[in-house]
Design a protein around this ligand. Structure first.
Ligand code: ADP
Ligand code: MG
Length: 368
């Protein structure tokens, strides 16, 4: 019987898993640097340690009936060992191993015939990619675009400056029509559900807006959902997965996969019968999966990003609270430039109304 859920990482993703987990009667413990981390603030027990701290992770796994994670930059080798020793770890650590190195991930997907952005393992061999621009990416550890550098030429000195000793690889920079994402979940019995295909809008490599449903033809919705289901067939383990995609000339190709709850699914808290966070809890604990049906015609989420260092300024929260069918989620994080510190979701009858209301709502926060 599963009673105790362990989560490696106690940031905003871990934090949003806590309420549905507790409502379903589970105890939640996380590994995170401080007791005051976002998940700790909402009642998760905290084992203090970094997300790469092997002793802390081992302790978490020993004190949990199932262990999962909110971030993929964690010691996968250790999780493989702990799984072999009989611990329940979801998704499969072997899946984490493939995904946490973006080059391994691209090679794996390509070997399965799944379309990915053209890539090259090293700068020398990238002539095969043709003319720039290119996106040079850290193989490991990148998030919110921080591991990426867009360049026109591969002799750009900024490449050596940014990556130094870190391993990187090169992708062709695609002229996509839209970015799409599918959040999916698989339970321990292998049942799979998907959420509505969403559009994600990134600026400077970081997600700003998510729109559900994506405004694309029904044929594209089907292609994206089919692609997500195909991807899942090749990645073991239970839990939520997010598949980030590019829409290029009417075809969908995979950008990257996250084996965890994801920013593309934050709007499911209000917009769907079962949020991605509750779904993840259900998936990893052996409960049946819940309905993914969307309850409003359109939902839009905008991220609240920090623009300075310092304490949170609550000015404007009253105005957000007065907006129709709009909900603010703050994560209890100290603002820093470009740091995700919260999000706003609006449900509406039309695309324009949802986008306008959500965008205006975020702008009520005047001094982030
Ligand atoms: N090959 C590419 N062509 C065009 N844009 C890209 C490419 N790769 C990444 N991007 C842009 O950068 C964003 C972040 O890149 P991604 O590889 O998903 O990194 P992260 O792990 O930080 O999310 C993408 O969502 C997209 O907007
Ligand atoms: Mg990404």
């Amino acid at each position: 019987m599963i009673e105790r859920i362990g989560i490696i990482g106690g940031g905003q993703l871990g934090r949003m898993i806590v309420p549905p987990a507790k409502e379903l009667g589970f105890q939640v413990k996380v590994v995170e640097n401080s007791k005051d981390c976002p998940a700790g603030q909402v009642g998760a027990e905290v084992i203090e340690g970094g997300i790469k701290d092997e002793a802390a992770i081992e302790c978490l796994v020993n004190e949990s009936d199932v262990t999962t994670w909110e971030i993929e930059h964690i010691p996968a080798d250790l999780l493989v060992e702990l799984q072999e020793a009989g611990h329940d770890i979801q998704a499969d650590p072997a899946t984490l191993m493939i995904i946490q190195d973006k080059l391994t991930q691209s090679c794996y997907l390509q070997s399965l015939g799944i379309p990915v952005a053209p890539f090259s393992e090293d700068l020398e061999a990238s002539a095969s990619l043709g003319e720039g621009p290119y996106v040079v990416k850290s193989r490991k550890g990148g998030f919110d675009g921080r591991g990426n550098l867009v360049v026109d030429r591969l002799d750009d000195p900024r490449i050596a400056e940014k990556f130094q000793d870190a391993e990187m690889y090169v992708q062709q920079k695609l002229e996509f029509e839209k970015e799409l994402a599918v959040v999916a979940a698989r339970d321990v019995r292998g049942n799979v559900v998907t959420y509505t295909v969403v559009e994600t809008v990134h600026e400077d490599n970081i997600c700003h807006t998510v729109i559900s449903p994506a405004e694309v033809d029904s044929s594209v919705h089907k292609k994206a959902e089919d692609l997500a289901r195909e991807v899942l067939k090749h990645l073991n383990g239970a839990g939520v997965f997010a598949i980030e995609m590019f829409l290029v000339n009417g075809e969908v190709i995979v950008n990257e996969i996250a084996p965890r709850v994801h920013n593309s699914g934050h709007l499911t808290i209000e917009a769907n019968k079962t949020s991605q966070f509750e779904q993840h809890v259900r998936a990893v604990t052996g409960l049946p999966l819940g309905s993914t049906e969307q309850v409003a015609p359109v939902a839009v989420m905008v991220n609240v990003l920090g623009t300075r260092e310092g304490l949170l300024d609550r000015t404007g929260i009253d105005k957000i609270a007065a907006e129709k069918d709009t909900k603010l989620h703050l994560y209890g994080k100290t603002p820093r430039i470009a740091r995700k510190i919260g999000h706003v979701t609006t449900l509406a009858a039309t695309f324009d109304e949802a986008l306008e209301t959500a965008t205006r709502s975020r702008e009520h926060l005047v001094n982030l």
